[in-house]
Design a protein around this ligand. Structure first.
Ligand code: HEM
Length: 408
């Protein structure tokens, strides 16, 4: 594939990606970074692949806005998807962004997250027990996807027996963010939103009647607002709940799935982690860098500006390629090597600047507990068969990874 570069780059379009891109986007990212680091795409947007350029954009929210109304109107029309994606905090600038972020961060403090660890360990151990019994498992269905659903379910206080549809809703709503959106994807996204919002109406009504502990329960916190500050409108409240599930679900599933896949592909690193379990923290960071579960971020210019030596007019949509920035040799020596002891490792998997992931400490904890305990329990695990990729450019991960946990 690489020999086609740089000619293939002329055709490169996020909306019409070549078939081999999904299995391995990194040769494309390297070629783009080398030959066209501020790549003009056919729709008039720019794709940034250098680490330094991505950081510069993240750190300057005044010039590079997160407000997606102009961009999403033609994509979603007048639909629930438009309403949702333009209300969620990640796609807004101040003042809505500041207000909502403060509320969410207040419920995701290091103390609150630490308090979640024992329940998380029990959940993971139960899943490990079940997998030990079965031997042949699907690492995504039976393990990686089960963890974040329960964690976010706990955060929002969704009763355990009502959690079954959450994963499907989340996949459909986030699927609609793909650069190439099909009519079927659009319809599924809207249908999922409708069902999810209807469900939340009931949950919020119950919580208003019987509030939880605002130190732990994000939903109660969002309902009550800051003690002396503003509250969210009902409409904003429902959409932030949808967003929280989406933000914390597929990304974390993919962190765990991608990590277990990478460790299986790099047996020397797997052996190193088994021998030195204290490397689990830097392993999680390296997994986040090496196969970032969120590969793309977006901004739009609010004024004329220069980025990477290229002059851009106001209103230029920008795609930040996190996956490429995290493999930039100017920042990471030997970027294509999976090195669980990598230090420093200032990756951009959680973004940077004022929108930096509000759930990153929680995601790290989930990664540490899930990956660490899995490996301690099943050091000889072996992948059986070809794993099935999700086939998405933005959210990188697997739908199925068949595995024999005992290594038979
Ligand atoms: C491995 C797991 C995760 C990854 C890779 C990830 C990645 C990201 C990234 C890249 C952003 C920044 C988007 C931007 O600036 O354009 C973000 C924002 C956000 N994430 Fe995460 N995330 C993860 C897990 C979570 C979890 C578990 C939660 C919550 C429970 C969460 C909640 C949020 C929120 C609320 C935002 C919006 C922050 C803002 O706009 O101020 N994320 N995430």
């Amino acid at each position: 594939m690489t020999e086609r570069f740089p000619e293939a780059l002329d055709q490169f379009d996020l909306r019409r990606l070549p078939a081999d891109f999904y299995a391995d986007p990194y040769p494309y990212y390297h070629a783009l970074r080398t030959h066209a680091p501020v790549k003009a795409l056919p729709d008039g947007s720019r794709l940034l692949t250098r680490y330094a350029d991505a950081i510069a954009v993240y750190k300057d929210p005044t010039t590079f806005s997160s407000n997606k109304k102009a961009e999403f109107k033609p994509k979603y029309g007048d639909s629930l998807l438009f309403e949702h994606h333009t209300t969620s905090l990640v796609f807004n600038d101040p003042p809505l962004h500041t207000r909502v972020r403060r509320l969410i961060l207040g419920a995701l403090t290091p103390k609150a997250i630490e308090a979640m660890e024992p329940a998380l360990e029990r959940l993971v151990d139960d899943l490990l027990d079940e997998m030990a019994r079965r031997g042949q498992v699907d690492l995504i269905e039976d393990f990686a996807s089960a963890i974040p659903i329960e964690i976010i379910g706990n955060l929002l206080g969704v009763p355990v027996h009502e959690r079954a549809p959450l994963r499907g809703w989340s996949l459909a709503i986030l699927g609609a963010l793909e650069p190439a959106l099909t009519p079927a994807g659009h319809a599924q996204g809207n249908a999922a939103l409708k069902e999810f919002l209807d469900y939340l109406e009931g949950l919020v009504a119950q919580r208003r009647a019987q509030p939880g502990d605002p130190e732990r329960d994000v939903l109660t916190r969002l309902i009550q607002g800051e003690r002396d500050g503003e509250r969210l409108t009902h409409h904003e409240l429902l959409h932030q709940c949808v967003f929280l599930l989406n933000a914390g679900h597929e990304t974390t599933t993919n962190l765990i799935g991608n990590a277990l896949h990478a460790l299986a592909q790099w047996p020397a690193e797997k052996a190193r982690l088994i021998a030195q379990p204290e490397l689990i923290r830097s392993t999680v960071e390296e997994c986040l860098r090496f196969e970032s579960s969120n590969q793309l971020g977006n901004r739009i210019t609010t004024r004329e500006t220069d980025i990477g030596g290229v002059r851009l007019p106001p209103g230029t949509p920008i795609t930040l390629c996190i996956g490429a920035a995290n493999r930039d040799p100017a920042q990471f020596p030997e970027p294509d090597r999976f090195d669980i002891g990598r230090n420093p490792n200032r990756h951009l998997a959680f973004g940077s600047g004022p929108h930096q992931c509000a759930g990153m400490h929680l995601a790290r904890l989930e990664g540490k507990v899930a990956i660490g305990r899995f490996l301690t329990r099943f050091p000889r695990y072996r992948l059986t068969g070809e794993p099935l990729r999700g086939g998405r450019a933005r959210f990188r991960g697997f739908l199925h990874i068949a595995c024999d946990v005992h290594g038979h």
